[in-house]
Ligand binder design. Structure first.
Ligand code: NAP
Length: 398
């Protein structure tokens, strides 16, 4: 038996690392590795490799090809995504996620743990830059040729240890990475998640540790309060209470049917717009969106900022990307009200970010394949129950 590993990624070091790991874990079968650079590769190159692949590792941008009837991937068992958000799979046609929740013949695992550290540093630097008006100072320096104009305006700001930061998606892999860094800096951290944990169940599932996290406090220590919102009443009491307590709200929720327009833009049964839960925020609140732009309708966000319901929004993600120059975020708001960045907060700097999870999942995959082979030799045809980390749950959508 030969296992074909197909790497389709912009992270060029993956094939080399993969080869090394397969040796280190003594992968019990012969292997072949092929590589297509996701940025320069053509659909035809990708399709050719998919036909023989048993394992795919890479960005899921070509997920739609997997359901194309012309391309069969008869051998595919496992897709290790390098991305954390898997909405690319929802665009497959027919879409396996909605409405049938049909089962894919292969398992998909998310690129959890790759992005958290860089996204956490993005949030912390933006919190400080906005609170201390660093962008404004730069503007003044450029315009007036002197950084000393209006100095008094720049001397009133809170310390990080005086801030309560609310993380939406706090129990997720990225949310935990952010919480651990904020807690270490003295912030009070509160979290929002979906599911209420059973008694005795830990609030957060510990992550596969990466070297960059080694010195940080464990995530279960970091949260002052956690607000699960699944099954909350129509008024979304928990969500509103959570929002009302935070000086900074960081959204890192995935796009799912439940999270689309959760913060504003939903209609009631008569087609009337439901007031945005963000009406409960403090007026001084800074909203940092690094999850997905789908969390709030752009028009609602613009109106909220214009009314002064919150003080500032930092948007790394937008409803429409790339953001068109006609967007109201650009035409109707000033840099004092909004800071926009081009979906760059999370970036796995190099192959090292991918290492711990990839190695762990490869070992688990090898054990599963070995067990399957033994079962076959003994005449049993047991289905492989994947024991991989961060398996995509199609029903829940993340
Ligand atoms: N801007 C960027 O560059 C960038 C980069 C990477 C990822 N992202 C985005 O970040 C997202 C999160 O990634 P992740 O790896 O942290 O995901 P994850 O580990 O799957 O965590 C998801 C989190 O969201 C919560 N959640 C899900 N649905 C919810 C709902 N309806 N209501 C309340 N909470 C809900 C989960 O709560 P439970 O624990 O209760 O299930 C969990 O805390 C990705 O899906 C992607 O959209 C952005």
């Amino acid at each position: 038996m030969i296992f074909n590993f197909f790497v389709c990624s912009a992270v060029k070091e993956i094939p080399e690392k993969l080869e090394k790991f397969l040796k280190e874990i003594e992968f019990p079968f012969e292997t072949r590795i092929s590589y297509v650079d996701r940025l320069s590769g053509t659909d035809d190159e990708i399709k050719t490799q998919l036909k023989s692949a048993h394992v795919v590792i890479g960005e899921p941008h070509f997920a739609h090809l997997l359901s194309n009837p012309e391309i069969s991937c008869p051998n595919l068992r496992w897709f290790q995504s390098t991305a954390a958000g898997l909405e690319y799979f929802m665009k497959m046609n027919p879409c396996p996620y909605f409405p049938t929740f049909a089962k894919l013949p292969f398992v998909v695992t998310r690129g959890a743990t790759f992005y958290g550290p860089t996204m956490a540093e993005y949030c912390i630097s933006m919190m400080i830059a906005v609170q201390r008006s660093f962008f404004k100072m730069k503007e003044v320096q450029i315009k007036l040729d002197s950084p000393y104009v209006d100095r008094d305006n720049y001397t009133k700001f809170p310390l990080l240890s005086q801030l309560t930061v609310g993380i939406m998606g706090a129990t997720g892999s990225i949310g935990q990475d952010i919480a651990r860094r904020l807690y270490a800096l003295g912030c009070t951290v509160i979290g929002l998640c979906r599911r209420k944990r059973k008694e005795g169940e830990p609030i957060v599932t510990p992550q596969v540790e990466t070297p960059v996290n080694a010195h940080l406090p464990p995530s279960e220590l970091c949260f002052e309060e956690m607000y699960p919102i699944l099954g909350d009443d129509e008024k979304q009491t928990s969500l509103r209470t959570f929002l009302s307590k935070a000086d900074v709200v960081i959204n890192v929720l995935p796009t799912t049917l439940e999270t689309i327009h959760l913060l504003g833009g939903r209609l009631d049964s008569e087609g009337k717009e439901i007031p945005s839960p963000m009406e409960s925020c403090k007026k001084s609140c800074i909203f940092i969106n690094i999850g997905r732009g789908t969390i709030i309708k752009e028009d609602v966000l613009v109106d909220i900022l214009k009314k002064g319901t919150i003080s500032h929004a930092v948007l790394d993600v937008q409803e429409m990307e790339p953001l068109p120059s006609s967007s109201r975020l650009l035409t109707e708001l000033s840099p004092d009200q909004v800071t926009i960045t081009p979906h760059c907060s999370g970036w796995p700097q190099n192959g090292d970010f991918i290492t711990p999870l990839l190695k762990e999942n490869l070992s688990r995959f090898a054990a599963g394949m070995k067990a399957e082979e033994s079962a076959l030799k003994e005449g049993r045809t047991e289905e492989w129950v994947p024991d991989l980390l961060y398996i995509m749950n199609w029903k829940e959508g993340y």
